[in-house]
Design a protein around this ligand. Structure first.
Ligand SMILES: [Zn+2]
Length: 266
């Protein structure tokens, strides 16, 4: 599932392409979770592309906004020449080019909401953004105290606590911080809390720089290109520790595959 770096990559690319373009026609091909009213957006202009957590927000000039979530297999691709591809579920024909919402598994959604309700629709559901100035070390420490019985990795993945981290980056952050992913939040000392806080920002920034992580053909950026962070992962789906060479341990945490180094993580 795309996490913050992948969705942020798509947002930054679409922000360069979409604003100012007019929607000429919207074709819903096979998308159970697409608001049918998007068919009536002909003649409407795109103002801005934003992101909150893993949701993309496209503001339109009719005081409405599209909320787009890619869920497991969604892709949002800008093409110079709009045309249906194998898993295209919704096709936005624009004044120049087209925006394709491709989604093999069809869990993704497109909602149409009044722009003034975006806050209510999304912002209230999610915890702080890792790069918001409100997400201070003090706030992070308070979260760890409040959730002291939770295991670290699933805690980092809880969108109500912190938004944007999923299975990949939560465990990469644990590795960078040198903390075992199955420890409880309450067991971290001050130094570990600080290291984990910095590690979250570090791994996300680095992954954004390399346009996210692709393992297969599922995640691609807004130009249809795979992300380059996969070869820079330390632990996720890896066999040996890139720092000490020891074989990584794996376990399931919160139902998801988790890898860590028994030597480099305490
Ligand atoms: Zn190691």
């Amino acid at each position: 599932m795309p996490e913050l770096p992948e969705v942020e990559t798509i947002k930054r690319q679409l922000e360069k392409k979409l604003p100012g373009k007019e929607i000429e026609k919207v074709q819903i091909i096979d998308c159970p979770n697409a608001d049918k009213r998007i068919r009536a957006l002909s003649g409407i202009k795109i103002l801005k592309v934003r992101r909150r957590a893993k949701t993309l927000i496209v503001d339109l000039n009719n005081d409405k906004s599209l909320l787009i979530h890619l869920k497991l297999t969604g892709q949002l691709i800008f093409r110079k020449n709009a045309g249906k591809e194998r898993f295209t579920r919704v096709l936005f024909y624009l004044s120049s080019g087209g925006l394709l919402f491709n989604d093999m598994r069809k869990f993704g959604f497109i909602k149409l909401v009044p722009t003034e309700n975006v806050e209510k629709e999304i912002h209230e559901k999610y915890g702080p953004e890792p790069f918001d100035k409100d997400f201070t070390l003090k706030i992070f420490e308070e979260i760890l105290v409040r959730k002291k019985k939770s295991k670290i990795k699933p805690l980092l993945m809880d969108q109500k606590v912190i938004s944007g981290l999923g299975n990949i980056y939560a465990q990469e952050a644990c590795f960078i911080a040198g903390i075992k992913p199955g420890r409880t939040a309450g067991s971290l000392d001050k130094k570990e809390q600080t290291r984990l806080y910095s590690a979250i920002k570090k791994v996300l920034l680095s992954a954004i720089k390399f346009h996210g992580t692709s393992f297969d053909s599922i995640y691609v950026d807004a130009y249809g290109q795979p992300g380059g962070f996969g070869q820079r992962l330390y632990v996720y789906q890896q066999e040996k520790c890139k720092r000490c060479g020891q074989t990584l341990k794996s376990l399931r945490l919160g139902g998801r595959g988790t890898w860590y180094c028994g030597r480099c993580q305490n």
